[in-house]
Design a protein around this ligand. Structure first.
Ligand code: SAM
Length: 331
């Protein structure tokens, strides 16, 4: 299972080091609003109910989730002149997420009821047909687990690894997407939407250049093995369960489910830029690294990462992943 992002609001927290995701979300705000304005038949969707339910799947600790939820509700309010309409937002993440920070920082004066729902979105989270919009941003790249049978010595990801490793990641992604869409098909009311933002690649052959940041961390771990600080087998048995799928593969897996119509699938023009890549890597992956290597080693990894950051910045420009935005409507 994926480790949650760093909690709290300290130096290495996700709350303070998620500007990449925030920049993407800010660039997407109008697209998100348009998707809501153009693709919902509110009368049909709500029938006689006065409660509109939005779920943010993989919300982390904020504040990005709050901005996204506000954008969606703002669009709904503009679209619907019914003054009696009330909003409920279900903030979902894994059980290990820092829900205390999330709930303590809920916006004051918000115009929705908030609920926290802990659990993996690779499983059922809500009663049947109870959700009107599910939103999920920068989350579906996380696999439910490390793919089985990876014998990829000194490779912590499929970037630059043999094809069989990339295939194992793709197989796991196919299994996970199957579960994700089956569960959402039960939970989302007919006519409701799923709004997804995620990393992807635009060509199949881009997979070997996909994640320069992981290659950078890998090179630090290998140096530590060479210096005798870390045992080789600790690195050999470590794999980051993240995939940047080929965009057409995502389309195939959505269509395989047959319950959702693809209303929109577009490349994000502004992928956002990260002012401090190492802080972002730390906020997002420290938990995953610490579970495997322990906190002392991970501390050393990040000290070395700062010392060698010029190498990361030069490789980041050759990274081939991009972002996509997908709007799906439940049939
Ligand atoms: C990069 S963060 C994105 C957070 C937020 N959506 C944003 O845009 O800032 C990825 C989040 O997905 C969550 N996540 C990953 N796998 C998950 C799963 N199977 N179920 C629920 N949440 C998951 C992680 O815990 C993490 O909080």
């Amino acid at each position: 299972m994926a480790s949650p992002m760093n909690g709290g609001s300290g130096t290495y927290s996700y709350a303070r080091n998620s500007t990449w995701q925030r920049n993407v979300a800010a660039a997407l705000e109008n697209t998100l609003k348009e998707a809501v304005m153009e693709n919902l038949d509110l009368q049909k969707l709500l029938c006689d109910s006065d409660t509109f339910v939005v779920a943010d799947l993989g919300c982390s600790v904020g504040p990005n989730t709050f901005h996204a939820m506000e954008a969606i509700i703002d669009a709904l309010q503009r679209k619907c002149d019914k003054t009696t309409l009330e909003f409920q937002v279900a903030f979902n993440d894994q059980t290990g997420n820092d829900f205390n920070t999330l709930l303590a920082s809920l916006p004051v004066g918000r115009n929705y009821f908030a609920a926290a729902v802990a659990g993996s979105f690779y499983g059922r989270l809500f009663p049947s047909s109870s959700i009107h919009i599910a939103h999920s941003s920068a989350t579906l790249n996380w696999l439910s687990r490390v793919p089985e049978g990876l014998a990829n010595a000194a490779k912590i990801h499929y970037t630059g690894a043999p094809d069989a490793v990339a295939r194992a990641y793709q197989d796991q992604f196919e299994e996970d997407m199957g579960i994700f869409f089956r569960c959402r098909a039960r939970e989302i009311a007919a006519g409701g939407l799923i709004l997804i933002t995620m990393g992807a690649v635009l060509s199949r052959d881009a997979q070997h250049r996909v994640a320069a940041a992981f290659t950078f961390i890998e090179s630090i771990l290998i140096d530590m093995v060479k210096e005798g600080v870390l045992a080789q087998e600790r690195v050999d048995s470590f794999n980051i369960p993240i995939i940047f799928p080929y965009i057409e593969e995502i389309r195939r897996l959505i269509e395989k489910n047959k319950c959702f119509e693809i209303v929109k699938m577009e490349k994000l023009e502004s992928a956002g830029n990260s002012e401090n890549a190492i802080m972002h890597i730390r906020a997002g992956f420290e938990g995953t690294l610490t579970t495997h290597f322990g906190s002392e080693i991970v501390e050393q990894v990040f000290v070395r990462a700062i010392q060698h950051q010029h190498k990361l910045h030069s490789t980041l420009t050759s990274t081939s992943s991009t972002g996509i935005f997908v709007v799906l409507r439940r049939n």
